[in-house]
Design a protein around this ligand. Structure first.
Ligand code: 5GP
Length: 190
């Protein structure tokens, strides 16, 4: 997606060879117009797939997921993060290791929002090592729902997540694929 790549080139900050900061438009300050285009692109790529729900993880996945939900006309569920498991009620839970925070948390979705009849599109802002995606896949599996695929705003293809999801047979649609952050520069794959 060219507009996204342009925005990354213009406003993205390479913090290290592993981390790209995009808080000017994606995960702190949000560019609503760009987000709308992102939602439109996810909807275009997953049109006609019978998607009934979008699932993401708080907080940075919410904006692109809501925009995609608006375009596809389906509800958006965000998994909530908890530091410890003092949760009550009927919940699907999974543990996730955070790439940026380097700590583990528990994520949860209420069982009342997701069930075996659902066909889910997963959305997240970044795909790095795939821990967040795997935890969401686990939650969706607990609900007995099926997965249409994963929509990722920015994929860092040099980390392990994409290859692992491919290996497991999931469809992954990434709107910008980064091959390297070496030398303080963002290099896209295609
Ligand atoms: P993974 O679970 O795939 O290792 O990492 C994905 C999660 O970590 C995303 O939900 C995202 O919030 C965060 N993340 C991973 N890499 C980056 C990055 O380079 N920049 C930012 N801002 N967040 C990242």
């Amino acid at each position: 997606m060219e507009a996204l790549k342009q925005k990354i080139r213009q406003d993205g900050i390479v913090l290290s060879e592993q981390v790209l900061k995009v808080d000017a438009f994606l995960n702190h300050q949000i560019d609503p117009l760009l987000m709308q285009q992102i939602g439109h692109e996810f909807a275009r790529r997953f049109a006609g797939q019978g998607i009934s729900k979008i699932v993401t993880i708080e907080a940075s996945g919410i904006a692109p997921a809501v925009m995609a939900g608006l375009e596809l006309g389906v509800p958006v569920i965000f998994a909530r993060k908890y530091q410890s498991l003092t949760l009550k009620g009927d919940l699907y839970t999974a543990k996730v290791f955070s790439f940026t925070k380097q700590s583990e948390s528990t994520i949860a979705i209420s069982a009342k929002h997701l069930g075996a009849a659902d066909h889910v599109l997963l959305i997240d802002d970044f795909l790095a090592n795939g821990h967040a995606a795997m935890a969401l896949i686990d939650l969706i599996g607990q609900a007995g729902a099926s997965i249409a695929g994963l929509g990722v705003v920015i994929e860092k293809s040099f980390q392990a997540g994409r290859a692992e999801l491919d290996r497991q047979g999931f469809r992954v649609e990434s709107l910008a694929r980064i091959g390297s952050l070496e030398g303080g520069r963002v290099s896209f794959i295609d």
